[in-house]
Design a protein around this ligand. Structure first.
Ligand code: UDP
Ligand code: MN
Length: 254
């Protein structure tokens, strides 16, 4: 039967959160044999996330993990200054190590809450033996950031990456998946705050695969099935006027 896809999603409270999670949930609900591990960057689970999950019928694990204060992005701070989702993804990986066994058939995928996913990306990653890779749209300052294959061997010989191409694995978080048993054997594999901007993917993958071992998916990396979309923060300046008029803001609505 089908290996289980463990999709790991860090998420944090902000005006667009429910919209992002609804969009992602409704994609994941269409994927067979998927277990969603959703980790809130919060002290305690929110009822917003709990209610979304409870009413969905999806298989899930709902965790929390706060980003250490010194690593938390301030509201107006540029996002490249600090890595995002590190604590949350590591918490999910630890849950996997504590709860799953080496002979469980599965695949691990990091699915951020703001990306756009075609169902095909889940079909492609499902039979990952070690680590699989594929193109990601709208990543790294390119229309498509993608692995480049050696035409003779069909193996990954590099990436077309323009941003920090010297990285050992210059790819986006959405562009790879890891075999579960393989991950469980490599107990050092995790993310770290103590690496340079852009090195999170390289940090975990250096424990798991050499470039030559990577399995190219999506029609030899010629198709785009996931996009690194980013959602603009909405301008909510009119919310203030509601108070002045004595109208109730719906900001607290779930
Ligand atoms: N995230 C989080 N806490 C934060 C900022 C981000 O848990 O303080 C989550 C976010 O919801 C997303 C992931 O971490 O699932 C990556 O963040 P983001 O999409 O903002 O990063 P970018 O796309 O800019 O690399
Ligand atoms: Mn993002």
């Amino acid at each position: 039967h089908l290996p289980v896809i463990y999709a790991i999603t860090p998420t944090y409270a902000r005006p667009v959160q429910k919209a992002e999670l609804t969009r992602l949930l409704h994609t994941l609900m269409l994927v067979p044999n998927l277990h969603w591990i959703i980790i809130e960057d919060a002290e305690v689970p929110s009822s917003l996330v709990a209610n979304l999950l409870k009413n969905s019928g999806i298989t899930y694990t709902h965790l929390t993990a706060t980003t250490p204060k010194e690593w938390k992005l301030k509201e107006k701070e540029s996002n490249w200054k600090k890595p995002r989702g590190v604590q949350q993804r590591n918490t999910a990986l630890q849950w996997i190590r504590n709860n799953l066994k080496a002979d469980d058939q599965g695949v691990i995928y990091f699915a951020d809450d703001d990306n756009s996913y075609s169902l095909e990306v889940f079909d492609e990653m499902r039979d990952t033996q070690v680590v699989s890779v594929w193109p990601v749209g709208l990543a790294g300052g390119l229309m498509v950031e993608m692995p480049v294959l050696d035409p003779k061997t069909g193996h990954v010989k590099g990436w077309n990456s323009a941003w920090r191409p010297e990285r050992p694995f210059p790819l986006d978080m959405a562009g790879f998946a890891i075999n579960l048993s393989h991950f469980l054997k490599h107990t050092e594999a995790k993310f770290s705050f103590n690496v340079e901007n852009g090195y999170q993917e390289s940090e975990i993958l250096r424990h798991l695969a050499t470039r030559d071992q990577l399995e190219p998916k999506a029609d030899n990396c010629t198709k785009v099935y996931v996009w690194h979309t980013r959602t603009e923060a909405p301008k909510l300046q009119a919310e203030k006027q509601l108070n002045k008029k004595g109208l109730k803001s719906h900001g607290g609505i779930e």
